[in-house]
Structure formats: C-alpha cells, structure tokens
Design a protein around this ligand. Structure first.
Ligand code: SAH
Length: 351
C-alpha cells in the first residue's frame, strides 16, 4: 500500500493514525492545524511535533496532493487562475478572486465532466475521474498559501470543472473539512455548491442540515431549450428541478441562486426573461446572469451585447426578482471552466 495522504483526513482519522503510533490525542489537533490551517509543505515545518513523530509521519504519509503547475493573473480583476497537477498526472483548475470584502475561491470537483452541457469547456473530453475529498480541499489550501500572511480565504464556490453532486460523498467530506475551526474555518453559509440539477443529490443535500448555499444552473426557462443546452434536462424536467430547489430553500432557509448563462440569440431574448420571471415568481430566489464566456471548442455560442444583458436583467427586476450580473472574472485568463486545462492539454498534445 502507498503512503496515506494527510490532507483529506478528518480530525478523528488523524487521531486514529496518531493513536496507532502511540501519540496522545492533543497531537492530532496540532497535526490538523499544520495540514489545514498553516498548509505546510514538509514535515520539518511542524515544529511543535517531536522529531521522531515527524519521521514516522514522513515514512507513512504524504502531506499534499497537489502541485502548482501553471498560473495566470488578470490585473484588471485581481484574479488568479491556477493549474494544479495531481499525483496521477491529471490536472485541475482553481481560481482565486481577491475582492474588497474578502478572498474567495472557485474549485473543481472532478477531472473533466460527463454532463455534456453544450456551452461548457469542462465536458469536452468527458469525465476522467472524481476528485477525492483531499484533492478538493487541497486546492483551497494551496491558494491560501499564495496569500500574504494574515489573509484568509473566506468563501468557496464549487463551480470549477465537474458536477459536485455526482461526486457526493467526497464533496460533502471536503465541505465539512473546509468548515473545521482548527483548519480553514470557512462558514457553511460562505460555501456554494453549484449543480446542473441532479434532483436526488439536491434532495439529499437538503437533508444534511447544513446551511450551504445551493446554486442551480438553469440556463433556460422551458424544457425544450434546456434539453438542447443540457443533456441532464432530459432526465429531470424543469418542474422537477425547480421543485427540488424550492424544497432546498424551504428546508435550509437559504435563498437559492439560479444561474443563467446568456448566450447571444439562443436564450437571452425578452421572451426568455419573461418566461423565467414567471417560473421563479414567489420563490426565495436570486438570479445570477452569466454572460457566456466564449469557449474555443464552442464557436457557435457568443456572448450577447451589454444592451441585451441589461434588458434581460431589467425584465426580471421589474417582476421583483433579485438579479445580479456576474462580474467578468478573468475572461482574459481563460477563467471559464476548463479552458486553461484544455489549452495546456492541447499544447502538450502538439509537442
Ligand atoms: N456542474 C456544475 C458546476 C460546474 S459549472 C453546474 O453545472 O452548475 C459552473 C457554472 O459555470 C455553471 O453554471 C455552468 O453552466 C457555467 N458555465 C459553463 N460553461 C460556461 C461558459 N462557457 N460561460 C459561462 N458560464 C459557463
């Protein structure tokens, strides 16, 4: 058996590991802090642990699961996109957004994706594999390391590549780990799970009793158009997904975010806005409009003009629906899901 990764272990799992080495329980808390809060890269840095224990740990375990391979910074938005390499050579992308109210990150839950949304770059090569809980949280720790001393990451969106609810157990374990007060200490309210609309997963998440924010990728106001854009809509109708989203809101008391990509001439007309307003009327909803990020593999889809975006927003708002337009974060740095990874993979293939 290979070495066990420390990142991804819960406090109890660390306590078991250390108990097996004959160590007292308080050591588990110290180890947890080194792994998750301080995010150290080698055992030598764990100065409050006895040298003998550090040696034993180095023989049996590995600390980190990710290695930084590339990064791109966009000065205009102060956003950095990272490409991380996993132990099996797979690559994942994560984004760090430095905002006036705090630092937030967008992280990946699967290598590739099998959802097949027609506008999305992540799904081009299909699903490669699920990430483990350790690989999911390690993205946050690796970006935390990039921040100046004293700064922390205060919010996380699971909106990078992959469908989080198709990797449910690892994602939930990772979310609980992000929340650990001895580690990253991120509040559940500041964690957003974005889903293409896996109804059983949404219902299961509602039962966890955690005030996580749910974002539903809706992207169309009717079944016909939604099925054209998102194959998953052939399994669950818009009525079923909306019912699950509403139930999530009622159960958790959290306002659900409805994400809606605006694609020029496809789903961004005034008639679509009116239909969307009718669908969401009366629910505890917030609509986040995302002007389509152009994707090299999807040349037929374009971003609409800002006039069309404003018109769409105004129709929703006049029906009393809270609406925001996603500020463009790093269009210049391939920050749309999957783009940096695809570009690097293409470059490697040409070599
Ligand atoms: N699978 C999940 C989470 C990952 S995608 C989901 O579907 O929600 C995160 C968000 O980015 C989704 O709303 C997705 O539809 C959107 N997205 C994908 N490709 C995009 C593109 N080219 N431009 C803008 N948003 C995109």
């Amino acid at each position: 058996m290979g070495k066990q990764p420390l990142v991804g272990m819960t406090p109890d799992e660390m306590a078991d590991l250390l108990a097996g080495l004959g160590e007292p329980r308080f050591r588990a808390r110290q180890l947890f802090q080194w792994v998750y809060e301080k995010g150290v890269k080698d055992f030598a840095a764990m100065t409050n642990l006895p040298a003998k224990l550090r040696e034993q740990l180095a023989e049996r375990t590995i600390l980190r699961l990710l290695e930084k391979e590339a990064e791109q910074h966009d000065r205009k938005t102060n956003t950095t996109k990272y490409l991380f390499r996993l132990h099996d050579g797979s690559k994942v992308e994560s984004v760090l957004m430095r905002q006036s109210w705090g630092n937030s990150v967008c992280i990946t839950t699967q290598v590739g994706c099998r959802m097949g949304c027609t506008f999305c770059a992540s799904t081009v090569g299909g699903l490669v594999r699920n990430l483990t809980a350790g690989e999911i949280v390690d993205q946050i720790i690796m970006m935390q390391r990039e921040l100046p001393e004293g700064q922390r990451i205060s919010s996380v969106v699971l909106m990078g590549s992959g469908e989080p609810l198709e990797n449910y157990d690892h994602v939930l374990k990772a979310i609980r780990l992000m929340h650990e007060p001895d580690g990253l200490n991120i509040g559940y309210r500041h964690i957003t799970v974005s889903t293409s609309g896996i109804v059983p997963g949404m219902r299961r998440l509602a039962e966890e009793g955690l005030p996580i924010t749910l974002a539903l990728s809706l992207h169309a106001p009717d079944n016909e158009l939604r099925r054209q854009l998102m194959p998953v809509a052939r399994i669950w109708s818009i009525e079923e997904v909306l019912a699950a989203a509403r139930a999530y809101g009622e159960k958790t008391g959290r306002r659900v975010t409805y994400e809606y990509i605006l694609i020029d001439g496809v789903n961004d007309g005034p008639e679509h806005a009116t239909a969307l307003a009718r669908l969401l009327k009366g629910s505890l909803a917030h609509v986040n409009l995302i002007p389509m990020n152009p994707v090299a593999e999807r040349p037929q889809y374009r971003r609409p003009s800002s006039e069309r975006v404003s018109r769409f927003k105004q129709i929703l708002e006049s029906s009393g629906i809270a609406t925001t337009v996603r500020r463009e974060m790093g269009g210049e740095i391939d920050a749309a899901c999957g783009q940096l990874r695809n570009r690097v993979l293409r470059r490697q293939m040409r070599r």
